[in-house]
Ligand binder design. Structure first.
Ligand code: ATP
Ligand code: RIB
Length: 307
């Protein structure tokens, strides 16, 4: 890939997902017999980078993997997908990140992540890699890597006048320290409740939560609402973008596909309403398939669904 053509930088995690589909997610102390076990590349950062690539964006991934089979597999996959991986570092002392995922019959999941090498992405790594992409326009970040690395990447992006999209997942108490560096925040319902203290029970409370986030200094707020689509607050205007109705198999990585698609559409100059609509279309396809990166659609699938 031509270095100068990278428009979107994703800084984040790579995990190998270990997935079992079960009737229900076990309670504490309970053992359940599940279905077939499978492994699938995942990690919020990696999923978002692959989503950008499959949906037609020029993307680079900055992150850390272990010097092991999972790291090599994911690095090969990135390459095959056309993700620029010059900023992907192999850590010789730590294993690659892994995620233990259980998916129930309704497609809901429960995830435990062992971060491994993801936890050793330092600001210095980010700085070195950022220099490779002076023409990038959008930074997409999540929170499965050290907070300092996210903060530093956002600061560098701001200095380069890039648009910073924060997907605040998984949520933590440090997130408010990022608000002054972020242009667009994309919490899901649970994260929006945690960040604002507003219990979201319907449109009115979702709008209240979005307003609270905006009052804290973030210009654009997009709360994803699962099968209900997304609520966009752009300036003073609210827009509810519905999600296409689909049969849900596995919601894993729906949020990641949403964020990757949003970044692609914005990089193409689409409006926020258009970009959020595109993101809902892409994410709704992902929930009809099992797995994280296995479920990410290609651009031509979205166009087909729009016809
Ligand atoms: P996940 O953690 O499962 O990856 P999330 O909790 O981050 O997802 P959600 O709000 O559940 O985020 O979903 C993100 C987007 O995916 C939604 O805005 C919607 O566009 C799409 N989506 C999720 N679930 C469904 C569904 N059941 N039907 C259609 N679209 C869905
Ligand atoms: O958002 C989904 C991802 O969360 C999975 O791929 C898993 O690796 C965890 O990071």
């Amino acid at each position: 890939m031509n270095l100068m053509s990278v428009e979107i930088i994703v800084t984040g995690s790579m995990n190998m997902d270990m997935v079992v589909k079960t009737h229900h997610i076990p309670q504490p102390g309970e053992t359940v017999l599940g279905g077939t076990f499978f492994m699938n590349p995942g990690g919020k950062g990696a999923n978002q980078a692959v989503a950008v690539a499959r949906l037609g964006g020029q993307v680079a991934f900055i992150g850390k993997i272990g010097d092991d089979i999972f790291g090599r597999q994911s690095s090969q996959l990135f390459d095959e997908e056309g993700v620029d991986i010059q900023g992907l570092i192999a850590d010789v002392d730590q294993p690659s990140g892994i995620a233990m995922i259980t998916v129930d019959e309704k497609g809901e999941n429960s995830i435990v992540v062992a971060p491994g090498a993801n936890a050793r992405l330092y600001s210095q790594d980010v700085e070195t890699s950022f220099k490779l992409y002076p023409e990038a326009k959008i930074l997409l970040v999540q929170l499965e890597i050290p907070f300092e690395a996210v903060q530093y990447a956002s600061k560098l992006a701001r200095e380069q006048s890039m648009t910073v999209i924060l997907n605040p997942a998984p949520a933590n108490e440090s997130i408010p320290n990022l608000y002054s560096l972020v242009d667009i925040i994309t919490p899901n319902l649970t994260e929006a409740e945690m960040l604002t203290g507003v219990k979201i029970t319907g449109t009115e409370t979702a709008q209240q939560a979005a307003k609270v986030l905006q009052s804290l200094g973030i210009a654009t707020v997009i709360i994803t609402l699962g099968s209900e689509g997304a609520l966009l607050l752009d300036g003073d205007a609210f827009h509810h973008i519905p999600a296409p109705q689909v049969t849900t198999i596995d919601t894993t990585a729906a949020g990641d596909v949403f964020n990757g698609a949003l970044a692609v559409a914005l990089s193409e100059g689409k409006t926020l309403v258009e970009a959020t609509t595109f993101a809902c279309q892409a994410a709704s396809i992902a929930v009809t398939r099992l797995g994280a990166q296995d479920s990410i659609p290609y651009r031509n699938e979205i166009l087909l669904t729009l016809m």
